[in-house]
Write a protein that binds this ligand. Structure first.
Ligand SMILES: [Zn+2]
Length: 91
């Protein structure tokens, strides 16, 4: 048996000709962590442990509400940077 369509994409991936996109995907968490290192020179987890802001490096211990606190546990941003990123809170 011989297929007529030549090399299949599978064999190209196997031979390393086409990078396998499934191997370079990473979790959102990893992506954020890598992005933070590249953009701000520090990691999100590291910043959270030290209670500093991953973006500005300032103290991140004073939050307006539970939502902002939760946001810090996700993105590592202080209240000011959250306000800057997400806009001012609704009046
Ligand atoms: Zn900040």
């Amino acid at each position: 048996m011989k297929t007529t369509d030549g090399e299949s994409p599978d064999s190209l991936i196997r031979d390393g000709i086409i990078p396998n996109q499934y191997e370079i995907t990473m979790s959102l968490e990893e992506f954020q962590e890598n992005f933070a290192h590249a953009a701000y020179g520090r990691g999100i987890k590291d910043s959270q442990e030290k209670n500093i802001c991953v973006v500005c490096g300032g103290e991140a211990s004073d939050f307006r509400d539970e939502v902002s606190k939760k946001e810090f546990s996700i993105s590592g941003m202080c209240q000011e940077c959250q306000d800057f990123t997400f806009g001012p809170p609704p009046e």
